[in-house]
Design a protein around this ligand. Structure first.
Ligand code: AMP
Length: 379
């Protein structure tokens, strides 16, 4: 077990997107120095880090120089090769581990882990050919969904199979060759997520479940707290804590879940800060980003109490119509709205450019205000 890395020390972050940027902001506020590493030329976390490296995940020399001087390394993106994390971990403790990463970045390993731990998840089968797919569709039934085993997020790499007449040859072609996971379709009423933090010595903290509303497979609104019963709320938190302990998480994890007739079905694990936790920056005692830093550094974890109900509205590139920046002055006339922009440069449809958090005394009020702001921005 490593000694805590106290404020004043240096944290390395693998990945330089908005999650790294907001983690870096939280770390710097606490007095840490931050180094970031990303293969992309314009990583938006670079502007708020003390030192940024642009290099490939496989560049051992660049990884060594990045790790040099860091007391801890963490990550903000789960599709980093586990070998990169293993390499960095020979130099500096890196959390979460390559093992956690390997489970979470592959749907097959993720589902097999959940099943082995007795965590409720959709019935599934692993398929590697059209013949196996055909047999699995018969066994699981329709509707169902075929997902690529690797590198899936925001509904990418998924094809729904609505009924037994679906042309499976076409479905298999869309997924490409390789390994797929066929999942039973869950007729859920709500999607929720729970963010949990865990330290190396097993201390944990958990947030209230957030309710997630998607548009075109991308998170649109996140409502906190989720509109679920007290029993479902507690069960969701208990499941997230159980998963964090069983996977031996060090750091932060979001557990995405479906709620169907009061039952919880776990969909996906993300071992990093999560889009559905952005409102914690403005609406909770400790933000998910600060909690991420506290957990990987071995500090006491911060309180997770929600100070006010809130709604997070994602600001996608679609709102930058004809290259025009949205009218922020009008948005900011709403005193309960907090604007977060990620400095990502070029806007593109579906690209996450920033978010708004709206807090209010009631969730209904926050939702009404957030929806009205979305209408204003979409005009
Ligand atoms: P994923 O990339 O696995 O998180 O899936 C993206 C979205 O697709 C989820 O947020 C759900 O809205 C939907 N989805 C994925 N898997 C299923 C399923 N088995 N049943 C119903 N909807 C699903």
């Amino acid at each position: 077990m490593s000694a805590p890395l106290l404020p004043g020390g240096t944290i390395g972050i693998l990945g330089g997107g908005q999650l790294g940027r907001m983690s870096a902001i939280a770390a710097r506020r606490m007095g840490y120095k931050v180094k970031t590493f990303d293969p992309a030329a314009h990583a938006c976390a670079a502007a708020v880090s003390d030192q940024h490296t642009t290099a490939a995940w496989s560049d051992v020399k660049a990884l060594k120089s990045f790790a040099d001087g860091c007391g801890r390394v963490t990550l903000e993106f789960e599709n980093i090769p586990p070998a990169t994390v293993t390499q960095v971990n020979t130099l500096v403790p890196c959390h979460p581990s390559a093992e956690v990463l390997a489970i979470c970045q592959n749907r097959r390993r993720e589902k097999e882990f959940l099943k082995a731990q007795g965590i409720p998840c959709a019935n599934f089968a692993v398929v590697s050919s059209l013949e196996e797919l055909t047999a699995a569709v018969k066994q699981i039934g329709t509707p169902c969904v075929l997902k690529t085993a690797d590198f899936g997020y925001d509904g990418k790499g998924q094809v729904k199979i609505p009924n037994a007449q679906t042309n499976l040859e076409e479905v298999w072609e869309k997924i490409g060759d390789g390994i797929g996971v066929l999942e039973a379709w869950v007729p859920f009423q709500l999607e929720i997520s729970v963010i949990v933090a865990r330290t190396e010595d097993g201390r944990t903290a958990v947030y209230d479940p957030a309710e997630n509303i998607h548009r075109n497979h991308i998170l649109h609104l996140s409502l906190s707290p989720a509109r679920i019963s007290e029993a479902t709320h507690r069960e969701a938190q208990a499941l997230a804590l159980k998963i964090a302990a069983q996977i031996k998480l060090v750091g932060l994890m979001a557990v995405e879940m479906f709620v169907q007739d009061g039952r919880i079905i776990v969909n996906e694990l993300a071992p990093r800060p999560h889009n559905s936790g952005h409102q914690t920056f403005d609406a909770n005692e400790t933000s998910q980003f600060e909690q991420h830093i506290r957990a990987v550094c071995g500090l006491p974890l911060g309180g997770t109490r929600m100070l006010k109900p809130s709604v997070m509205l994602n600001l996608l590139g679609d709102l930058w119509r004809n290259g025009q920046t949205p009218d922020w002055a009008t948005v900011l006339k709403e005193p309960a709205a907090k604007l977060h922009l990620y400095d990502k440069g070029q806007a593109a449809p579906g690209r996450k450019m920033g978010h708004l958090t709206v807090t209010a005394d009631t969730l209904e009020d926050a939702l009404q205000k957030a929806e009205a702001l979305f209408v204003t921005l979409s005009k």
